[in-house]
Design a protein around this ligand. Structure first.
Ligand code: PLP
Length: 277
């Protein structure tokens, strides 16, 4: 497999980043995870925009144009030749000594590996979640400092849970460690708005939901309320829409996946097929 390092396609084993790179030393970087459908990159423009937004918040320069990044990505996809790919675009501050302001030479790495879908049962039976009494720092940015997610992993393993939910100090639901959360009450969908990464998948799914005649509300969602939801689902670029069966050991709704989650799963698939492939 090849990767793209600062605009050059390099064999993965030969790709090297300095031990003085801020990404390695400090987790001082930003990233995006993308995927292809039918070999075409899904929502590239939106992800590059969010990458730039994250970089701006950390004052990391992104000296490459969207056109350059997308040309390099296309070349990489062609070189690797996978049918569908999972893509990670990472930008670190590069080698910058003890300077944490705008760097002269940030590092760009694009990895496009074979997309391995999640096991089918997670979609047919749903997943279980546990709440976590902590949250991400600077939640609007997608940074490579992933400690809040990493610290959740032993707990997830211990409780046999698929995903953790970050909570704020007042026990409001924020987001999953790698996903956004939406709760369904009757025909209304509630999505936490503040203190979360603005998820591209969730935005798309909620637009589709509105077209299906459902009501969408962005706002506060307490953990207590989440446990009373008729349905809950997670969204992310790679996972798409994933039904939730249980939160903190309590069953959500009567059946999983619930009827509206199922409706949105098929409407999303149709949207991708019709408008994209
Ligand atoms: C913390 C967090 N929230 C939400 C998401 C989902 O975002 P998107 O739908 O844009 O992939 C991700 C994706 O990786 C994430 O890391």
């Amino acid at each position: 497999m090849y990767v793209c390092l600062n605009g050059k396609l390099v064999k993965e084993r030969e790709a090297r980043v300095s031990v003085f790179d801020h990404g390695f030393l400090y987790g001082d970087g930003v990233y995006e995870t993308l995927r292809t459908y039918g070999g075409k990159v899904w929502q590239l423009r939106e992800h590059l925009k969010r990458l730039r937004g994250s970089a701006r918040l950390l004052q990391i320069g992104v000296p490459w144009s969207d056109g350059q990044v997308s040309n390099w990505l296309e070349a990489l996809l062609e070189k690797n030749g996978f049918r569908e790919s999972r893509i990670r675009i990472s930008v670190s501050r590069g080698e910058n000594g003890f300077d944490f302001t705008m760097s002269k030479k940030p590092t760009l790495v694009i990895v496009a590996s074979k997309l391995v879908p999640e096991p089918v049962e997670v979609y047919t039976k749903g997943v279980s979640l546990i709440s976590l009494p902590w949250q991400r720092f600077l939640p609007h940015a997608k940074t490579t400092s992933l400690l809040p997610m990493i610290l959740a992993q032993p707990l997830l393993k211990q409780k046999k849970a698929y995903e953790g939910i970050f909570l704020d100090e007042k026990k409001n639901v924020l987001e999953g460690t790698m996903t956004n959360i939406t709760a369904v009450f009757g025909n209304t969908l509630i999505a936490p708005k503040d203190g979360v990464l603005s998820g591209e998948t969730q935005k798309t799914v909620l637009q589709i939901a509105k077209k299906c005649g459902l009501t969408v509300k962005w706002g506060k969602l307490s953990l207590k309320k989440l446990l009373q939801a008729d349905e809950v689902f997670l969204t992310s670029t790679v996972r798409e829409i994933m039904p939730v069966r249980m939160v903190d050991g309590k069953k959500i709704g009567r059946v999983c996946p619930g009827s509206l989650t199922k409706l949105l799963m098929s409407a999303f698939e149709e949207y991708v097929m019709r408008d994209w492939m």
